[in-house]
Design a protein around this ligand. Structure first.
Ligand code: ATP
Length: 457
């Protein structure tokens, strides 16, 4: 039955937790819904976060889900779409997007002076024509309940009514409030993860981010879904419905770019959920060490984060697979071309480096040899290999690759050399001699050039 008796966040206190412009927007939305005899609910993550933020003054919400329960007199327009259009009249600057045929709409504010950047999704609860007014509580309960039942976890399946009467009332059909209080991630039904495997990654994300526990029964559903061959399911849809891969990738991205990516990765491994990426993928001691070392390297060599760090973390995981699986997995996850190529060529590059690098002693030889590889490939190979390899790559990246000849093209011109083919030869020779310690100043560089490349006249 519906449990709406307990109202932990009266509307007056809800108001305190929202910024004034957002509160005003919700008021306007409610008024527009009330005018039409509809109910409007705040649902999903916003309700969860508002209820969790017990002692905080305001909650920063950038992403809001609303559900309208009502039907439009013309059967080809969803109530959600109509409500969004009504709001657009009040807020002319907002962008309106309509998704699906006519069931959902989104309102997007970008760097608005009052609302900031805000994304409001408006869905329609009633998917079929219902000949009763929304004032009928039974009809109301069944349609919002249906909407909430499609959601992932009980804590995300709470709704707060915004329209009168009984504005501020919490609709809690699945025990979400109790789970919020006892900090549990719990699915709504046993088939949830089979239905949508990306929920496994969402469970981990919420558990780690909110510091919640995955409720034991829910954990056993996860394990059951994985044991029943999720990877095959994901592969099986390949080519037909890419939506699952896309969502899996975006959940992976969410997790791997979060500040809590390390505990999240450990929890995924604990649940054996890395098997969704590939059935042979396991986070053993060695891989765990590799990803952490890799991360430290990235922080050192790319402090400005010009590279996609989350994606590089994923590459370390994929690189841990046997070479023949790597490019397929990278392709399945729709990684960018450079990333797929890097993983495809990793085996060859790695073999080449393992074969040649230990034999090279002169800095100039090492620099010339490693110059053909980019930073990402070198870090990948460094963390995966023996200390001998790692140290040479490390010194190349930290010191030797930065060493410059003491003269540049302009200096050579000033010395009387004519720009042309010989320039590169001279500059290369200068760099080699500098790397190998034969030149240590501008003067010795000039002497070196004069000796080895005498001017004709
Ligand atoms: P966040 O604060 O990370 O944005 P959120 O709860 O808003 O958390 P979203 O990914 O934005 O998460 O999803 C919004 C809502 O949509 C969720 O609260 C949940 O109710 C529902 N939802 C999202 N993804 C799924 C899914 N895979 N299965 C079921 N429901 C989902």
């Amino acid at each position: 039955g519906v449990n709406t008796a307990y109202c932990p966040l009266p509307i007056s206190r809800l108001r305190d937790r929202l910024t004034a412009p957002l509160w005003k927007l919700l008021q306007k939305a409610s008024q527009e819904a009330e005018k039409r005899g509809w109910h409007l609910y705040l649902v999903g993550g916003a309700v969860r976060d508002l209820l969790l933020a017990e002692n905080q003054k305001q909650v920063l919400l950038e992403d809001i889900d609303l559900v309208v329960d009502g039907f439009h007199k013309s059967a080809d327009v969803g109530a959600g779409v109509e409500l969004a259009k009504a709001l657009q009249k009040i807020y002319p600057g907002v962008r309106l997007e309509v998704h699906g045929q006519f069931q959902t709409a989104a309102l997007l504010w970008h760097k608005d002076p009052d609302l900031g950047s805000l994304w409001v999704d408006i869905a329609t609860a009633r998917t079929e024509f219902y000949p009763y007014p929304a004032a009928n509580p039974e009809v109301e309960a069944s349609s919002i309940r249906q909407d909430l039942y499609r959601r992932d976890f009980t804590i995300n399946a709470l709704a707060m009514r915004l329209t009168k009467p009984r504005a501020g009332e919490l609709l809690d059909f699945f025990g979400g409030l109790l789970d919020l209080q006892s900090r549990q991630i719990r699915v709504l039904h046993a088939n949830s993860f089979i239905e949508d495997p990306t929920r496994i990654y969402r469970a981990v994300r919420f558990a780690v981010r909110l510091n919640f526990e995955i409720e034991p029964q829910t954990e056993s559903y996860i394990r059951y879904a994985i044991a029943s061959g999720i990877y095959e399911q994901i592969q099986g849809r390949n080519g037909r419905a890419p939506a699952l891969e896309t969502r899996l990738k975006s959940e992976l991205k969410y997790i791997l770019q979060a500040p809590y990516w390390k505990p999240a990765l450990q929890l995924l491994a604990h649940l054996e959920a890395l098997r969704c990426i590939h059935p042979t993928l396991e986070l053993d001691e060695k891989l765990w060490w590799e990803v952490r070392l890799f991360d430290r390297c990235l922080q050192k060599f790319d402090p400005q984060k010009t590279l996609e760090h989350w994606q590089m973390r994923l590459e370390v995981l994929i690189a841990y697979l046997a070479p023949e699986f790597r490019s397929k997995v990278a392709n399945n996850l729709q990684l960018p071309v450079d990333s797929i190529e890097r993983l495809e060529n990793l085996d060859k590059a790695e073999n080449n480096i393992i074969e040649s690098l230990p034999k090279l002693q002169l800095k100039s030889e090492i620099v010339q040899f490693l110059r053909q590889y980019n930073l990402q490939t070198l870090i990948l190979i460094a963390v995966r290999n023996s200390r001998i390899i790692r140290q040479k790559i490390w010194r190349y990246l930290t010191e030797w690759s930065h060493i410059k000849a003491h003269l540049n093209g302009n200096d050579l011109k000033a010395l009387g050399y004519k720009p042309g083919k010989q320039f590169k030869e001279i500059l290369d020779a200068l760099l080699t001699a500098t790397l190998d310690g034969k030149i240590d100043s501008r003067e010795s560089a000039e002497a070196f050039v004069a000796e080895h490349f005498p001017l004709e006249n």
